[in-house]
Design a binder for this molecule. Structure first.
Ligand SMILES: NC(=O)c1ccc[n+]([C@@H]2O[C@H](COP(=O)([O-])OP(=O)(O)OC[C@H]3O[C@@H](n4cnc5c(N)ncnc54)[C@H](O)[C@@H]3O)[C@@H](O)[C@H]2O)c1
Length: 277
């Protein structure tokens, strides 16, 4: 089979349509910008309508095509409505990036049922039902597609005080492999990225919330995560800095592009070497 494509077209996505969940800011926004630059029409599914609108505006300013749909990725009905809207707006659906995710600091001994359910619902249940809804459309249209799930290095190595998050991201990695196997015959590739520390609004808020919680808990809070944890974490990164959202987005673009035509079920770690240390 001749799959050779010229270098100039390796990252070309013109004519394709992508849904990026959590695409209003952070890693999702960077992915939306890269996909639009590659020629795809991008539909952002996010809870934050104002930030989604700004990202759509940024894409339009740069000559790209984008739309925003308010969607809570923990609700299957809203996921279904997001996919339906993407398809009706741009006529097809080729790519899904399951990026929406939350990572609230919660030491295991005080983690509540509500916290557990929220994190698992957004990060894992949402990713599954979004993949299911997207795959049904791709298969129905008979053209296959690509799915990229944003996992985390926490799927492979616990950071501390994030048991619910770590479990959800471990689930995302196995979900990626399970769906890659089931969808391969329908020409839908499913891959995942495990980012390390990335400078995003969510990461800044999570760090501040963790520090406030540890200050409030005092010395009884235990050793799992303290005020200096962010600095300790960064000091452990061999490349000696946090990543930028675009450094995850370029890898997502690769996985969604013709350059990754023989990849499915893979997990790409993008962590500045953190897991080596
Ligand atoms: N930033 C990091 O260091 C890091 C590291 C590893 C993995 N990740 C993963 O990358 C993804 C993006 O993280 P980020 O740091 O860019 O986060 P962020 O908080 O900066 O942005 C997340 C976006 O998701 C949206 N969102 C949150 N809950 C939602 C819901 N229920 N439905 C729809 N949208 C929702 C938010 O409105 C926001 O626009 C997450 O899955 C996260 O777990 C991040």
């Amino acid at each position: 089979m001749d799959t050779r494509i010229s270098n100039a077209r390796l990252l070309e996505l013109t004519g394709q349509v992508a849904v990026v969940t959590g695409g209003a800011m952070g890693i999702g926004q960077a992915i939306a910008l890269r996909l639009a630059e590659a020629g795809a029409a991008v539909v952002i599914g996010d809870l934050d309508e104002a930030a989604s609108g700004q990202t759509v505006g940024l894409i339009a300013e740069r000559g790209g095509k984008a739309a925003a749909v308010r969607a809570d990725m923990s609700r299957v009905a809203e996921i279904e409505a997001l996919m339906a809207e993407a398809e009706s707006r741009f006529g097809r659906l080729d790519m899904l990036v399951n990026n929406a995710g939350v990572f609230p600091f919660a030491p295991a001994l005080s983690l509540t049922e509500a916290q557990w359910d929220r994190v698992l619902a957004i990060n894992l249940k949402g990713a599954f039902f979004a993949a299911q809804a997207a795959a049904k459309r791709m298969i129905g249209a008979g053209h296959g597609g690509r799915i990229v799930n944003i996992a985390s290095i926490d799927a492979l190595h616990p950071t501390g005080a994030l048991a619910h998050y770590d479990a959800s991201k471990g689930g995302v990695v196995m979900l990626t492999r399970a769906l890659a196997l089931e969808f391969a015959s329908s020409h839908i590739a499913v891959n995942a990225i495990a980012p390390g520390a990335v400078s995003t609004p969510g990461a800044a808020a999570a760090g501040a919330a963790a520090q406030a919680a540890m200050r409030a808990a005092g010395p009884s809070a235990g050793p799992s995560a303290g005020p200096d944890e962010a600095a300790t974490f960064t000091a452990r990164i061999p490349l000696a800095r946090a990543g930028e959202p675009d450094e995850i987005a370029t890898v997502a673009l690769f996985l969604l592009s013709p350059a990754a035509s023989y990849m499915t079920g893979s997990l790409l770690v993008v962590d500045g070497g953190y897991l080596l240390s």
